[in-house]
Design a binder for this molecule. Structure first.
Ligand SMILES: Cc1ncc(COP(=O)(O)O)c(C=O)c1O
Length: 423
């Protein structure tokens, strides 16, 4: 039985410690070795020909591939049930390489406003200048809103499975089928859920992205990003000429005919194209040591995330009954409109990040933040340590007040005490 077939039969908790790694190929080392090298000996000139014609698999240069990084890529592909994966230097690189490669040449991305502030901001500040349009649906809770907002130039729908920071949950299956009706892929940022809580591909996503910096790495040591493709999306349509163009690098050495990414790599054209274009030329490569750290984190993913979810639910219950708290946002919070959907899509829990409203003046609020003990005041969720942070002033501080209001970060309509944006 091939390694691949064997892995498909293994359970999640086995895959997270074993997938993508065979000790026999690495001096029988049980832990994944860190290949801390920029380049690899090419052997002889005949071998270089084989490597560059993709008739022999081998390593060349760590910017485009490295054995330690590759174990991480295979592991996340196995956990998500994807056909291929690629690791990059940050979650932002994973999102931007994904969306730029889909919409390159003047396409548009359809998304929602309640997403991570850095992603939201990048849409305004970079994509427009690169000639890529971004549209926001009118009502993210109504899947038909997505259908209405799709334009002829729309090349992908981008959403988060559990949104940062308010933990909203969308009807992913309905949105996936609307995307597919329009011949475009659904891209899901699964950072907050992790593969432990949610498998986007099983629910119709075509591409999954992660900030591995968060719960996957899990210890706050490492910035990293991952992209997984399902292998099921059909890029062989007029919407996606970039996958059909002949590429000299991919030429058939026998006939001399240039091949497209779809011809050369039909099983995982999307991630290979990112590797050989965006990663190769824009260069946000993940280092081998960082890949090792993220692999170490993934080994304990299930226990950490399960514990964090149960801790968060206990805290939510406590805060809901606290006189100083005006509201709590999380699918497990009392009266959440996302409770039903979350029970269906996220039976193991809707993650461990939630927001709450503090009753009091801004001065009292600042005093509260400054007095918190144990919880750190830092901007990296998913770390083994709990944190508290004032998003409107910190992680989303670069957004104008009206942008914060659109994305529901300053909560002017909900809190009776925090009536205005903080800046
Ligand atoms: C949901 C989500 N996606 C992407 C990112 C960006 O990830 P990174 O900081 O690894 O670039 C973050 C960071 O907070 C995030 O919360």
């Amino acid at each position: 039985m091939s390694e691949e077939k064997k892995e498909k039969k293994l359970g999640f908790d086995t895959l997270r410690v074993r997938a993508g790694y065979n000790p026999k190929e690495h001096q029988n080392s049980i832990a994944v070795p860190i290949y801390q090298t920029a380049a690899f000996d090419l052997g002889d000139t005949a071998r270089v020909d084989r490597l560059l014609s993709f008739t022999e698999f081998g390593w060349l240069y760590t910017r485009i591939g490295n054995p330690t990084v590759n174990v991480l890529e295979q592991r996340i592909a196995a956990l998500d049930g994807g056909a291929g994966a690629i690791a990059v230097a940050s979650g932002m690189a994973a999102i931007s390489y994904t969306l730029l490669s889909l919409a390159e040449g003047g396409g548009r991305i359809l998304t929602v406003e309640k997403i991570y502030g850095g992603t939201f901001d990048s849409f305004n500040k970079i994509y427009a200048k690169l000639g890529i349009g971004v549209d926001f649906v009118a009502d993210q809770d109504d899947p038909e809103s997505f259908r209405k907002a799709i334009r002829p130039e729309t090349k992908a729908i981008f959403i988060e499975s559990i949104s940062n920071p308010n933990a909203t949950v969308l009807d992913i299956e309905a949105i996936a089928s609307i995307a597919h009706d329009a011949g475009i892929p659904l891209v899901v940022d699964n950072t907050f859920a992790t593969p432990y809580l949610f498998n986007p591909i099983e629910h119709g996503a075509d591409i999954v992205v992660y900030s591995a910096t968060k719960s996957l790495g899990g210890h706050g040591t490492t910035i990293g990003g991952l992209i997984v493709e399902s292998g099921k999306f059909n890029f062989n349509t007029p919407k996606f000429p970039q996958f059909q163009e002949p590429v000299y690098l991919l030429r058939d050495r026998q006939t001399g005919k240039d091949k497209s990414f779809l011809e050369a790599f039909p099983l995982f054209p999307f991630t290979v194209r990112i590797r050989l274009t965006y990663l190769a030329y824009l260069g946000a490569a993940l280092g081998p040591f960082d890949a090792f750290q993220i692999l170490q984190g993934i080994e304990t993913l299930s226990e950490r995330v399960a514990k964090q979810v149960s801790n968060a639910e206990t805290l939510i219950q406590h805060l809901e009954n606290h006189p100083q708290v005006s509201w709590v946002k999380h699918p497990s919070a009392r009266g959440s409109k996302y409770a039903k959907l979350a029970r269906k899509l996220l039976p193991k829990g809707a993650g461990s990040v939630f927001t709450f409203g503090f009753k009091g003046t801004e001065a009292q609020y600042n005093k509260f933040i400054d007095s918190v003990e144990i919880f750190s005041f830092h901007a990296n969720v998913g770390d083994a340590r709990s944190l508290i942070i004032n998003s409107p002033k910190t992680t989303h501080g670069e957004l104008r007040p009206d942008e914060q209001a659109r994305a529901d970060w300053n909560y002017p309509d909900i809190s009776d005490t925090i009536k205005r944006p903080f800046h």
